[in-house]
Design a protein around this ligand. Structure first.
Ligand SMILES: [Zn+2]
Ligand SMILES: [Zn+2]
Length: 298
């Protein structure tokens, strides 16, 4: 399929322009200059009148202005770190090493709106809908994929997300504790989003309190049938998990490494909860190269 050149090169006709502003930590979305004001579709009212199946007039939100403004807001609340401003989930990034991951991410776009609109409906056709724990060594593009996923969720599908590094999340939870909030008040903001994405889970040494409050957050999202996505350098196998050097005080000692699995890193409770809520997928840079070599030989 030939790709036509977009009319607006600044936003590729999404009508939303993503940039970074000085001294800001997160990438910023705004309406692109190509969007006419007032809106031609709704003449600036923000609404269109359509007829429902009973031929009654109903007002719907104008897709050309109000819906776009809402999506701009969703992107800006998702908190994409500025270095990932160009992350998209483009089909060009799809290859034999990550197509399973792409398929699972795309199934969320298909199934989640259905689940969100059927909140009170007991008939649930979205049982396959789960989050994902994306595992693999540093540098395999896990964060790039996830921030691209957040772009598609917010801008493409109007799904709300919070993207947070594990360290940032824990520090926010700790802050809530020092502000004297109750456990439930501490985790509440992270229950208000459709998808919570935790980047770099397992990094650093964490206290029992931190893992306890994180367990509570994850369990609460589980009870509410809410999605969690995770990236981590720690895998399920000692063979390919991140190996960390133990610093010895005595320089004469030989170098020692530990190979913690994700299970060991976050503890039994969090691990088993994630097992119920998420597909566990490996993104192995090296494996991917081998597969490509094999394909070349054919
Ligand atoms: Zn534009
Ligand atoms: Zn409009």
């Amino acid at each position: 399929m030939a790709k036509t050149v977009p009319d607006c090169l600044r936003c590729s006709d999404t009508r939303i322009f993503i940039s970074v502003r000085p001294r800001e930590r997160y990438a910023h979305a705004r309406l692109c200059d190509c969007v006419s004001s007032p809106c031609k579709t709704c003449k600036g009212t923000g609404f269109l009148v359509e007829q429902d199946s009973f031929q009654r007039d109903v007002a719907i939100t104008c897709p050309d202005c109000e819906q776009i403004k809402k999506r701009v807001q969703l992107y800006n609340s998702a908190r994409i770190p500025r270095r990932y401003l160009n992350s998209r989930l483009n089909s060009q990034d799809r290859d034999s090493g990550n197509e399973m991951v792409f398929d699972l991410l795309e199934s969320i776009f298909r199934l989640l709106p259905q689940r969100l609109s059927n909140k009170n409906n007991l008939q649930n056709d979205t049982e396959d809908l789960k989050g994902m724990v994306l595992m693999g060594p540093p540098g395999t593009g896990k964060t790039h994929l996830m921030t691209g996923f957040v772009y598609q969720c917010t801008i493409g599908h109007g799904i709300s997300c919070i993207f947070q590094s594990f360290a940032e999340l824990l520090s926010e939870l700790r802050q809530g504790y020092s502000d004297g909030k109750s456990d439930m008040e501490i985790i509440e903001p992270h229950l208000q989003t459709d998808i919570l994405i935790i980047d770099d889970m397992g990094k650093g040494r964490n206290s029992d309190w931190e893992l306890g409050i994180l367990d509570m957050l994850i369990s609460e999202r589980y009870n509410r049938n809410q999605i969690i996505m995770v990236t981590t350098n720690f895998t399920e196998s000692e063979e390919n998990t991140l190996k960390e050097q133990i610093r010895s005080r005595d320089k004469t000692e030989t170098e020692q490494f530990i190979a913690d699995t994700i299970h060991r890193r976050v503890g039994e409770r969090i691990y088993s909860r994630l097992k119920e809520m998420c597909y566990f997928e490996n993104l192995m840079g090296q494996d991917r190269r081998i597969t490509e070599d094999e394909l070349d030989e054919e």
